[in-house]
Design a protein around this ligand. Structure first.
Ligand code: PEP
Ligand code: MG
Length: 562
């Protein structure tokens, strides 16, 4: 991946998913002009009351949009509505009004200070600064009697270009009209990206040069190569049309169990963060769940969740998958996913701190409650529950977790391999536990020493890097020696070509955002196990991520030609 930038007609950002689309640009309606520090002729209490009313209306609107959108979007919008009603924000607004300023300025400056503070915290909270700016602009628009800034309606399908897109807007995008989404700002873990990925919208985020795109200008948005091509030529258009048609044929193909061309089964599973997405995943052909991220259920709690609450949430999930495998990960707290009741926010380097299984073993009662809840949920439903520990880095942690899970009556337990040490020790680890699931997002971050949230090192955060592939090979080989299943549940499994390579490296199942299932299913069905192994060998022999991708592509083309 090239750093965000542009050359004539070609803009580079970060592609979300594998989609491709073409169409004319329509830009977002601009936000209200920034207020200035104007003195008010009203009493401070009157200005404060105006703000309180505007916040109430905006929060209710966000919650209503959430309800309309449902699923993951609903959680995001409800979190945003809660953010708007944060009492410390209200106090900061009141303090500005008490200094004699108008409501608009009080909102603008109080929200900006909060957003700056969030940015300073970085990581998951830093990414929420954009959400807060959106709330501020909505409140200011309401105070001025203006409509909320939002999605344009040029009367025909369009490629939406925005500086950054608020969750409230992303959630309600009309996919019949919005062909693709391009943002100037935002990274691969911004809410825009998360929602675009789960809705299957073709998107390129963080394409700096997109700020210069004009209304009506023709563009091709190619998420697979992270590119936006402005004013494409006839050949580029013809190639884009060919790929668009091929994609829609793939999306419309009948849902079958995941398998290679020679019939080797490769079960395709879903990554989920809440029980809400389960039904949709089943419709898209998920053969079970390969990663249920339990921490997503409790990101906004400051107390450890009760056994009862957890049992209810897990039972709801399991009931959607009768007779199917559901891999539940115990709470993975830390770094980009802090949980106040488990992590210490004073660590200087939380990605290398007391996180994942380390944090759980340090507060074992929380882990035991979760295992109790999972065992109860398993008894109440008919799914086959597999439980796994995140961020395992030693053989002892794997052993300890497996013993605890079995003491709580959970028959299948395993570990995530997302730290290089556990990839290198995969064989002794697998001798002591039931299965491994490779988390390529963190495995890449740690192998390449490249923060997964940092745009400036995004080019190193590439699971195609042969250094990462070699670690994966270790785990695949250990799975074969010990006859234990090895899944992949990081984003890498959602890249169709890489999915073939992962199978060639020894992965026995692949788990991904449900929107990616169709394309991965299709790509696997085109290649045999021998071809997958040849592609893996070719990629392993490369010296860069780009060369590995190319080598795998060539190896598969050669195998096809034979
Ligand atoms: C991973 O690290 O690849 C993974 C699947 O876990 P998460 O993205 O939740 O950290
Ligand atoms: Mg991880």
């Amino acid at each position: 991946m090239t750093p965000a930038g542009s050359s004539a007609g070609l803009l580079i950002g970060t592609g979300i998913g594998q989609g491709i689309a073409r169409g004319p640009v329509a830009r977002m309606s601009p936000p209200p002009a920034a207020p200035v520090a104007e003195r008010s002729s009203l009493a401070p209490e009157e200005e404060t009351a105006r703000v309180a009313e505007a916040i109430r209306v905006v929060a209710a609107d966000l919650a209503a949009r959430g309800e309309q959108a449902g699923g993951e979007a609903q959680e995001v919008l409800e979190a945003q509505a809660m953010m708007a009603q944060d009492p410390s924000l209200a106090e900061a607004v009141e303090a500005k009004a008490a200094e004699g300023y108008r409501a608009e300025w009080a909102v603008h400056s109080a929200f900006e200070e909060f957003a700056e503070m969030l940015k300073g915290l970085g990581g998951y909270l830093g990414e929420r600064a954009a959400d807060l700016n959106d709330v501020s602009q909505r409140v200011i628009a309401h105070l001025r009697g203006l409509p909320a800034p939002g999605i344009p309606d040029p009367g025909h399908p369009f490629v939406l270009v925005a500086r950054d897109l608020a969750p409230a807007d992303t959630a309600l995008l009309d996919l019949d009209k919005v062909l693709a989404l391009v943002t100037v700002e935002g990274g691969p873990t911004s809410h825009t990206a998360i929602l675009a990925r789960s809705a299957g919208i073709t998107a390129v985020v963080g394409a700096r040069g997109a700020a210069a795109l004009a209304e009506g200008q023709e563009v091709i948005v190619d998420a697979a190569s992270s590119q936006v091509i402005a004013d494409p030529g006839p050949e580029q258009l013809a190639e884009a049309e060919r790929r668009i048609e091929q994609r829609s044929a793939v999306q419309a193909a009948p849902v079958t169990p995941g398998a290679l061309a020679d019939g080797t089964p490769v079960p395709l599973l879903a990554n989920l963060g809440s029980p809400d997405g389960a039904q949709h995943a089943v419709e898209l052909g998920a053969e079970g769940v390969g990663l249920f991220r339990t921490e997503f259920l409790f990101l906004s709690s400051d107390r450890a969740p009760s056994v009862e609450d957890q049992t209810a949430a897990y039972t709801e999930l399991l009931k959607a998958f009768p007779g199917k495998k559901v891999v539940v990960r115990v709470l993975d707290a830390g770094a980009d996913k802090p949980l106040p009741f488990l992590t210490n926010d004073e660590e200087e380097n939380p990605a290398l701190g007391l996180r994942g299984i380390r944090a759980l073993l340090a507060k074992q009662e929380i882990l035991e409650d979760q295992l109790t809840a999972l065992a109860r949920a398993e008894a109440a439903a008919e799914a086959d529950v597999w439980v796994m520990a995140p961020m395992v880095s030693t053989v002892e942690e794997a052993e300890q977790f497996t013993e605890l899970a079995s003491a709580h009556g959970l028959k299948t337990s395993g570990v995530m391999v997302e730290v290089p040490s556990s990839a290198l020790l995969a064989e002794p680890i697998l001798q002591r536990t039931g299965f491994a699931s490779i988390g390529t997002n963190d495995l890449t971050q740690y192998a390449m020493a490249a923060d997964r949230l940092l745009g400036s090192v995004a080019s190193l955060q590439d699971p195609w890097h042969p250094a990462v592939l070699r670690l994966i090979r270790e785990v695949g080989a250990a799975g074969q020696v010990t006859s234990k299943p090895v899944g992949v549940c990081g984003e890498a499994a959602a890249d169709p070509l890489l999915a073939v390579v992962l199978v060639g490296l020894g992965a026995t199942t692949l788990s991904m955002a449900p929107a990616a299932l169709a394309e991965v299913r299709y790509e696997l069905s085109q290649h045999t196990a021998d071809s997958a192994r040849a592609a893996a060998a070719a990629a392993l022999g490369a010296t860069s991520a780009a060369a590995a991708r190319e080598a795998a592509r060539e190896a598969l083309a050669t195998q096809h030609a034979q």
